[in-house]
Design a protein around this ligand. Structure first.
Ligand code: ACM
Length: 264
């Protein structure tokens, strides 16, 4: 299975342009599963809740998901991507969707909000999803969820072979390092699609750290983007490699767990 990331520099508020840019970037490569950054169609640094609401869209009937569905249908692929969702009750969520050639497959609402996201977004309260996407079982989490090992563990225990991780990481090296550990401890592939560039729409400048990566179940970084350039990368993987959790003839990542001793 060919899986890939798109590392890009979204233009704040320019949904149409960002969608057109992603379409163009994808034309240079073929993959069955693509992962795009968190909030890739809007940018990240909102000034107010009203501004975030003005860029929010319902799922699936908004411009971002419609455009992703069109691309997935035309290219016969699956796409995981982050966007601002407005729910039926008017609440805003930092969300991700997984769309496929036959329509929308599932949605995820970020469970661990980072920094000022807490000012605009409601906290996601739904389970971490794992769904079939072609030959792989794909789980989703968003950016700062990386710091909470329970998120990736939950996805792995639910059967994820690949963890799709749209991101807008700002702390250098944290997410890239933790996701390597998440891959090793859970024996899964991880695909972190991060963004690059800066936003300074506020009193502070946010610098996004790039270095999108794909990690194998043994922790090998099999693709890695630069810190400050857009990049499209696709690698061939066998998702079934994530189904054997053994380390040697005596140890297995899952059956050796001692949940009765864990106080969480
Ligand atoms: C983040 O969760 N965007 C750091």
């Amino acid at each position: 299975m060919r899986i890939g990331y798109i590392q890009m520099n979204p233009i704040f508020g320019a949904v149409k342009e960002n969608l057109a840019h992603v379409k163009l970037l994808m034309e240079g490569a073929q993959a069955e599963l693509w992962v795009l950054p968190e909030l890739f169609s809007t940018g990240y640094q909102f000034r107010t809740g009203e501004e975030a609401a003005g860029l929010a869209e319902p799922i699936p009937n908004g411009p971002t998901v419609r455009s992703l569905l069109e691309i997935a249908g035309q290219r016969g692929c699956w796409i995981v991507a982050g966007l601002v969702e407005i729910g039926p009750d008017g609440r805003l969520y930092n969300a991700a969707v997984l769309v496929g050639p036959d329509g929308i497959v599932t949605r995820y609402r970020k469970a661990h909000l980072f920094y000022k996201e807490k000012l605009w977004f409601a906290t996601g309260n739904e389970p971490f999803p794992v769904v079939d996407a072609g030959p792989a079982r794909v789980g989703m989490m968003l950016c700062f969820d990386h710091l909470f090992p329970e998120a990736a563990r939950t996805l792995a225990l639910a059967g994820a072979d690949v963890i799709a991780h749209p991101a807008n990481l700002v702390i250098p090296e944290y997410g890239q390092l933790t996701m390597r550990v998440r891959a090793i401890e859970n024996g899964v592939f991880t695909v972190t699609a991060n963004r690059i560039g800066t936003e300074n729409r506020d009193s502070e400048t946010l610098r996004f750290t790039g270095e999108s990566q794909i990690v194998s179940p043994t922790g090998e970084v099999i693709a890695k983007a630069p810190r400050d350039q857009e990049e499209v990368q696709v690698v061939e993987v066998d998702p079934a490699k994530a189904r054997d959790k053994s380390l040697n003839q005596y140890n297995d990542r899952f059956t050796d767990r001692r949940p009765e001793l864990y106080r969480i």
